[in-house]
Write a new protein. Structure first.
Length: 114
């Protein structure tokens, strides 16, 4: 096995993954079993286009919520929570505290992309 070197580690949204898999599929004509299963999953659960994802990401970053990182933004964009309670459940998996006011701001920002 060759020694691989990680150059960059960044979270990838479902929208970006879907786009990448479609590009690979058009380039290679066929994709592997795992890639095929991943594409099925992404097609089932991804609701945003890459353009909409980028707009949502910019909008969330413009809110300037303290300690909110790209990995959180990606997860929020993947699930598109419709309420503060849903957003709170998504963010529970992280060591992150966000005020109720900021959670409400996030939900308002998400509403136009649903």
């Amino acid at each position: 096995m060759s020694n691989l070197k990680v150059i960059n580690k960044a979270p990838v949204s479902l929208a970006e993954l879907k786009e990448d898999l479609k590009n690979i599929q058009s380039r290679d004509e066929e994709i592997g079993f795992r890639a095929g299963k991943t594409l099925e999953y992404v097609n089932s659960f991804s609701t945003l286009s890459v353009e909409d994802y980028n707009k949502l990401k910019e909008k969330i970053h413009s809110l300037e919520i303290p300690r909110l990182k790209d990995e959180h933004v990606v997860k929020i964009a993947d699930f598109l929570p419709g309420s503060v309670a849903e957003l709170d459940v998504i963010l529970q998996g992280y060591a992150l505290t966000v005020s109720k006011e900021n959670l409400a701001k996030l939900v308002e920002a998400i509403k136009e992309f649903k």
